[in-house]
Design a protein around this ligand. Sequence first.
Ligand SMILES: Nc1ncnc2c1ncn2[C@@H]1O[C@H](COP(=O)(O)OP(=O)(O)O)[C@@H](O)[C@H]1O
Ligand SMILES: [Mg+2]
Length: 208
Amino acid sequence: MTVIALVGNKGGAGKTTIAVNLASALARNGSTAVFDSDPQGSVLQWQAIAGPDRAPIVVDTADGLEDVFARSAHRYGHVIIDCPPSVHATQTHVALAVSEVALVPVQPSPLDLWATVHIEHAIEAARRVNPGLRALLVINQLESRTTLSRLMRDALAELELPAARTAIRRRAVYRASVLEGKSVLDMGRRGAAAAAEIRSLLSEVTTP
Ligand SMILES: Nc1ncnc2c1ncn2[C@@H]1O[C@H](COP(=O)(O)OP(=O)(O)O)[C@@H](O)[C@H]1O
Ligand SMILES: [Mg+2]
């Protein structure tokens, strides 16, 4: 079983977007559930539009991730946990304790990068109970056709968390697909470039 958590201390970073799209990619390779641990219930809303037949399965864990995980995670080949935007939330701590990989989406702005310090500490603390936990920053909403500035690369190098080689670009299809209850992998040619970066991120995450 693969267990991947999307964590962070900020809303709007891209946790839910990346959770739904990675889960949709994983679902082509085995049964996959997204455990929606954010009380906002965004993944549940996505599923309400998607309908019951579209993978992945979505499980509501906003009230008790620990119990639901212990009872039901073994049913799935892959589990993605979408967390609330707070390192202080119980769900974030539980997710870091049970996951193999923690992904921290972050927008390519210095303020957002500096804010990841809090999650770095939470990840270090989680490694006391989950020593194998891997953690990666994922640059999200990188402006299309531009690359990371020198300053951003320097700022990234200062952080303890390594960044994934794959960055996710800002693309309208990430928003449009959600409105249709789809992932970027279901959007045909419109979603091809986004689907390629999601697959690339997934292979980085699942290859130790
Ligand atoms: N790579 C992207 N390109 C375009 N829009 C994006 C991208 N990632 C996220 N968004 C949009 O940004 C907003 C916040 O993303 P979301 O996944 O809800 O963040 P979080 O779950 O961390 O709060 C949403 O409106 C989402 O559609
Ligand atoms: Mg979210």
